[in-house]
Design a protein around this ligand. Structure first.
Ligand code: 5GP
Ligand code: MG
Ligand code: MG
Length: 174
């Protein structure tokens, strides 16, 4: 097992998620909220966040994978529940929940997809924001922490599919 140092502990993250949940609760008062969890990475954050949001909501899941080829253009493939439980997206304010906003390609594609289905608003909540690596023109509406250009694991974030279960956000040091 690699040596992993703690960047944000389980306790501090829990406090930050609670605060974010309260903000989101205010934002969506009286609205029809559809939370969309972007798999796989966001499964832990989504589970924590939705339990901190005190609004009526529905929850959907979508899988996104970003492939970056030899050229500098990224390619994002989206799969999963495409009919969103048969909901008419024109009636639902969508909150995309992601583990980390990095180049922004994934969330940019997803935002376009939901906007094209007629959602009155499409916003973004992330656990972490890494603005220094941004390629797409996108910023999170709700975030727990902004971080430097470091590769992080834990709370859903993987390194070759490992470490998603760590209860804290960590940095691998060889
Ligand atoms: P992007 O914003 O570049 O389209 O892609 C974001 C995705 O890249 C995230 O959902 C995540 O899966 C992965 N990613 C970006 N930065 C990190 C990181 O520091 N650690 C881990 N484990 N995954 C990352
Ligand atoms: Mg992800
Ligand atoms: Mg990954």
């Amino acid at each position: 097992m690699n040596n992993i140092s703690v960047l944000y502990s389980e306790e501090e993250l829990a406090l930050s998620v609670k605060k974010l949940g309260a903000e989101i609760t205010e934002e969506y008062k009286g609205k029809k909220l559809l939370v969309v969890c972007v798999l796989k990475g966001a499964f832990v954050f989504t589970a924590d966040l939705v339990r901190s949001i005190d609004n009526d909501m529905q929850i959907a899941f979508i899988t996104a994978k970003s492939y970056v080829g030899t050229s500098s253009t990224g390619n994002v493939s989206i799969s999963g529940d495409h009919d969103f439980m048969g909901l008419d997206l024109r009636e639902w304010d969508v909150l995309l929940v992601e583990d980390i906003l990095d180049t922004g390609r994934t969330l940019c594609e997803l935002k376009k997809k939901f906007a094209s289905m007629g959602a009155p608003s499409v916003k973004i909540a992330v656990m972490l924001d890494k603005p220094s690596r941004r390629v797409a023109d996108i910023t999170p509406d709700f975030k727990c922490y902004e971080i430097e250009d470091r590769f992080v694991v834990g709370c859903g974030l993987d390194y070759d599919e490992r470490y998603r279960n760590l209860p804290f956000i960590g940095i691998i040091s060889e």
